[in-house]
Design a protein around this ligand. Sequence first.
Ligand code: 5BU
Length: 469
Amino acid sequence: MDELATKLFDIQAVKFGSFTLKGGQVSPIYFDFRLIISYPAILEKVAGLLWKKCAYNANVDLICGVPYTALPIATLISVTNRVPMLLRRKEAKDYGTKKLIEGDFRPGMNCIIVEDVVTTGTSVLETAVELRKLGILVTHAIVLLDRRQGGKENLAKHGIELSAVFHVEEIMASLEKQSKVDHKVAEEVMDFIRGHQQSIVSRNPRLHESLEERRSSSKHPIATRLFELMMAKKSNLCVAADLTSLDEVIKLAESIGPKIVVLKIHVDILEDFSLAKMKQLRKVAKAHEFLIMEDRKFADIANTVQQQFHGGVYKISEWADLITAHPLAGPEMITHLFGDSSSDSRRTCGCVLILEMSTKNALTSQDYSKEAAKWGLIASDIVAGFVGQSPPDADFSGWIQFTPGVNSASKSGDSKGQQYCSPAEAVLERGADIIIVGRGLIKSSDVVATAENYRSEGWTALTKRITNP
Ligand code: 5BU
């Protein structure tokens, strides 16, 4: 490492002085790694070290360099190690195919992003967004130098683990040890780096952003609509109407409609289901402005799920605004859930991915939900949010977190594995945007008053979380 640090210094790829960075800050250090291409032996060394970090991550189907400095580095890694490469254009061509990503790939392939220097991680993220739009999985990025100014943390929030060959401290320590820079310069550089760490966001921004901001970053029309309903009705209450009669569900919806933003049902427990009655419930939903969620928990191969969603007696696609799905069949099941890209359901229905369950000893481990959240991010035109008991690592503010297992009256659960927490705990400690309340409400003697209590408690907690980060 000392040898490489010295070489980079000698070719002036590391410079000291006063440099204005992209963000307007004046830095005492500047890394100009474009120069590396003029020194083939250094380029080879750099590519080798980066590949070592890459190979450590085992699952590499493709690599993609962030334009432009990392392109020759990525090319060398690709050729030497026989890993296919993708090329990201900065601008789409205005003729021909207009593709931003060039190269051969299949959705679901894992692509490692290669970069020379990371400061806040924005360039890596821009590349990841384009790759993810095509269904390519991006879970790791490798970089020659991490300036330690928040990039690692910012990328982690988007489900990307950053590995660096060097950190800025290591380069400084090495150059000082070899008397390439004096102690004063080294101190000045480290002070600058320490003083510009504000961009490190140590909290999940989703939890503290306003609903208006989140509405504008949401990518799914149903999520957008739900944010609007929450703001208009000052409610983050979803009621689980687990009754066996659709007539009773309609009656309940008429009474508590003004208090809720989502009514969740299980269509297969209804004894009197008919599409005509479902139309009636839709009318109530329209009048009182709430969405209907069918908690179907789809969990099969895409071909079967599509039939379950559109067909059978229930014809869920005709009336559900939101459906739940277990991601365990893999990312392609999520992408193809509603049918092909021309399916209207992609606009009229949002998928809520079940990342974690509320029950004791659920198998939805952290690793499982972390992986599934990444798949959800790829399918941002399908997925409107997720069911969870905590905010996942890979998360974004346009997604809505639904948290079931909410019951003010019971702390202990239901003796059949269900676990409960209060509305405030769900929102403030578990990251819920929407609280799902079932028996805590439907079994109460005054459902309207109880709905108002849950609405008020849930909304107060959400407002508190947003305004007191
Ligand atoms: P309860 O009566 O508040 O316990 O009902 C909770 C509802 O949420 C019920 O319809 C469940 O099917 C649903 N649920 C849940 O409880 N836990 C989960 O992890 C998921 C759904 Br996913």
